[in-house]
Unconditional design. Structure first.
Ligand SMILES: *Cc1c(COP(=O)(O)O)cnc(C)c1O
Length: 363
């Protein structure tokens, strides 16, 4: 009997497993599993949504996100015509893979790189090529060595999730310089706003270098606290944006999402507050957990990768123990990091609860 069959490669995809949001028996949990903002969105973004719900929801949203691109352009000093908006930046990662790689093409990503990359690559029908990292950090030399005549795209999360490590501006420039001009470099800067290193740069300059082969993706899901609204954007060459526009969903960013994102991007004080909160807790959390015997990978994001001396068994036991206290963190066995947990920095109270629970786990 003839059967319908999915496209080649799709069954290689391990479906994405989101961080849990509930624990049986708990009315409320402390969720430190998905790198969401503990401060939530700007009150101005919430206000903007309320103002929009009164009328107009029967109408399709602006398919070009004109006002939102204008606002992003103003705040970041970018040309609105080189900005594209999307339903979360993950949509852009899919569109880029689909737009520039197909059967037989290779797409490079890093060993502990964001788990969405292999999914987008298989979904496009292309072949993922995973490159070894060095001390949980992307290795430019190794990436360049992995390039073949079939390479079409290199994906780099900078800073990366789940490791929190980053590459300096000079390293990213060296990567771009070492890649052939006909290889698209996708710089995923979902955590750019959190970075406090002078030598970091999200990569807008590389987009402007004239070769039309670099794009930078950004998101409203992390520091802006709007993960529930699904808004991402990218700054890229017009020629690449033209391809993305051809294949994206026409009305991919909803009316309320656009309204909230416009207010959120303009509220630079709220972003600064969220960054300050993160910068305050990053050393405290890292030090507290290291004092308990864990190894913490230095992170530029709003989360830390915590390695257990006792390996996968201990990491699993710690995860279970935290759950018994109503705290959800992220196991990262799907990244081949079963001996570690990824912990998102939360509110003051949540961070204190996490540290207290870890302390009692080890006592
Ligand atoms: C969270 C995250 C994203 C953003 O996803 P959205 O679809 O914008 O919510 C992109 N890249 C990385 C590395 C992330 O961690």
């Amino acid at each position: 009997m003839a059967r319908i069959t999915p496209r080649k490669g799709l069954l290689n995809i391990t479906p994405y497993k989101a961080g849990d949001a509930k624990i049986d028996g708990f009315d409320r949990v402390i969720k430190l599993a998905s790198n969401e903002s503990p401060l939530g969105p700007s009150p101005k973004a919430v206000e903007a949504i309320k103002n929009r719900t009164d009328s107009g929801l029967q109408l399709y949203p602006d398919p070009t996100c004109r006002e939102l691109r204008q606002a992003i352009g103003e705040i970041h000093g970018l040309k609105p015509e080189q900005i594209i908006c999307s339903a979360g930046s993950e949509e852009l990662l899919h569109l880029l893979a689909k737009g520039y790689a197909t059967d037989g093409d290779e797409v490079i990503y890093c060993q502990y790189g964001f788990i969405a990359y292999p999914i987008t690559i298989y979904a496009a029908g292309a072949t993922p090529v995973m490159v070894q990292e060095d001390n949980f950090t992307a290795n430019v030399g190794a990436i360049l060595a992995a390039v073949t005549p079939k390479t079409k795209i290199v994906n780099l999360a900078n800073p990366n999730n789940p490791t929190g490590t980053y590459l300096a501006k000079s390293e990213v420039a060296r990567l771009r310089q070492g890649l052939r001009d006909d290889i698209l470099l996708v710089l995923d800067a979902a955590y750019a706003e959190y970075v406090a290193q002078d030598d970091y740069d999200a990569g807008f300059d590389l987009v402007d270098n004239g070769m039309e082969n670099t794009i930078v993706t950004r998101t409203f899901s992390k520091i802006y606290g709007l993960a529930g609204l699904r808004v991402g954007w990218a700054y890229g060459p017009k020629s690449v944006l033209d391809i993305l526009h051809r294949i994206r969903g026409t009305f991919n960013v909803g009316t309320l999402s656009q309204a909230a994102a416009i207010a959120a991007v303009r509220d630079v004080d709220h972003v600064a507050k969220a960054k300050a909160h993160n910068s305050k807790w990053m050393p405290i959390m890292s030090q507290t957990l290291e004092n308990l015997g864990m190894t913490v990978t230095a992170s530029q994001g709003n989360f830390i990768l915590v390695h257990f001396a006792g390996g996968p068994d201990q990491a699993t036991a710690a995860d279970q123990y935290l759950r018994s206290k109503g705290i959800i963190v992220r196991p990262v066995g799907n990244y081949d990091l079963a001996g570690a947990l990824r912990i998102t920095l939360g509110t003051d109270c949540e961070n204190e609860a996490l540290c207290a629970a870890m302390s009692s786990f080890f006592s």
